[in-house]
Design a protein around this ligand. Structure first.
Ligand code: URA
Length: 433
């Protein structure tokens, strides 16, 4: 087989065979095909696409390029959840303990944040002492004992994706539904869970800018997962506006704790309840949505879900007193209010602009090796559809260095204040099963 033949075939719009895909991935991981040839094939895929069979074959080949987690020693139904990423998305910190306290076993591998989107590992590591690295047998034991563990992605999980993603990142080939779907699903399948919930976001603060693309990506990932024998479900959700109010690592942990304690922003609770409902029904732990809701509400009101987070933090070396006294996490030296220049209605709070502004404060990293400031961030005080007065705080900024005029101008451009009550979009656009 010659790699140039594969490039020519795809350039002409033909489908690659299972054997061709297998040879491509195996040889690339072994370093036998140069990056410049693989980037030419990736670009041909961006323009010509891949059919369902090719996408499934690519995913399975990538999945088998490294370690595969064996979760068979875990008693109960193993579940996983993946968000395609967004601003203020602390869902895993709420949904994980909430669902685990209702009986599911969540063995989760998460990533770090890059650019304007946050990552669960950075949020957890902002809790003093918390470790996201542990031997495989400890990880499995913790899931069996507590029902819930989150660690960073193991070194040899889907090495094909590590190489391909790094190449896509610098060759303008990220933006392709079959490539994104195979990248995400190869990691989810290798992580071993039986039930997989996808939160596919659309809007300015998401990978997918439109609902239609989010729906297509979700459909492709569901078919891949089902083709590989997993129980799949997906929510299509809005990321035009940040999720909840807090953006920034410790601030988001605090908001997750408030939500588990029965408070927290309404949108965050809505999303976690919807995700919990799907996980419990798909796992067979609730007969229907009503029974799932009863169990989830009981876990929140009894304190069981909050206690589950504290148990997990303790098991992973973190200071669990921060879960019962989250104010201990608040350590930024300065808090500054951003006030509304006019009265009226909040029409828009742009997730992308707010995510970028938080990143520039130090809450995220622009480049992979940047250090993050766990204390930095923004807490929104209003949400779209709310009526406000001139001078009312729109948000509080938590920061270490003085805010520049340019930064303040940039962050203020995220807020649009109008004279009429706007139409608001539903947080959950659709659920796909
Ligand atoms: N997240 C991934 O893991 N892979 C992609 O290709 C895009 C987002």
């Amino acid at each position: 087989m010659r790699f140039t033949d594969l490039i020519e075939e795809k350039k002409a719009g033909k489908a690659l065979t299972k054997e061709e895909i297998s040879w491509w991935i195996k040889s690339y991981v072994k370093g036998k095909i140069p990056d410049y040839q693989v980037s030419a094939l990736l670009m041909a895929i961006v323009f010509r696409g891949m059919n369902e069979e090719e996408t499934l074959n690519l995913t399975l080949e990538m999945m088998h390029s490294g370690d595969i987690l064996d979760l068979s020693s875990i008693n109960g139904v193993t579940v996983d959840k993946h968000s395609t990423g967004g601003v203020g998305d602390k869902t895993s910190l709420v949904l994980g303990p909430l669902a685990a306290s209702c009986g599911v076993k969540m063995a989760k591998m998460s990533g770090r944040g890059l650019g304007f989107t946050g990552g669960t590992i950075d949020k957890l590591e902002s809790i003093p002492g918390f470790s996201t690295v542990m031997p495989r047998d400890h990880f499995l034991r913790q899931v069996n004992r507590i029902g819930f563990a989150i660690v960073g992605q193991s070194g040899n999980l889907v090495p094909a994706d590590k190489k391909l993603y790094a190449l896509r990142d610098v060759t303008g080939t990220v933006n392709s539904i079959p490539l994104i779907a195979s990248s995400i699903m190869s990691k989810k399948l290798a992580a071993g869970s039986q039930v997989i919930l996808l939160d596919v976001k659309y809007g300015s603060g998401a990978f997918m800018k439109t609902k239609e693309d989010a729906r297509r990506l979700a459909g492709t990932m569901i078919r891949i997962g089902e083709g590989a024998g997993r129980r799949m479900t997906a929510m299509i959700t809005d990321m035009q506006t940040p999720l909840g109010c807090a953006i920034g690592n410790r601030l988001e942990v605090m908001e997750a704790v408030q939500t588990l304690a029965g408070g927290g922003p309404a949108d965050l609770k809505e999303l976690c309840m919807a995700g919990g409902r799907l996980l419990l029904t798909r796992s067979g732990l609730a007969a229907d949505a009503e029974e799932a809701d009863r169990k989830l509400e009981q876990a929140l009101s009894s304190g069981a879900a909050l206690e589950k987070l504290a148990q997990m933090v303790h098991a992973q070396g973190g200071d669990e007193s921060c879960i019962y006294h989250p104010e201990k996490l608040l350590q930024a030296p300065h808090r500054t209010a951003l006030v509304s220049p006019a009265g009226g209605w909040v029409v828009r709070e742009d997730a992308l602009t707010l995510g970028e502004a938080a990143m520039r404060l130090g809450a995220g990293r622009a480049k992979k090796d940047d250090r993050i400031d766990p204390d930095a961030g923004i807490v929104l005080q209003v949400k779209p559809g709310q009526q406000i007065e001139e001078g009312q705080p729109l948000a509080y900024v938590y920061h270490r260095d003085l805010l520049t005029e340019e930064w303040t101008r940039h962050v203020m451009s995220a807020f649009e204040i109008g004279s009429e009550k706007p139409e608001t979009v539903p947080l959950i656009e659709e659920v796909l099963e």
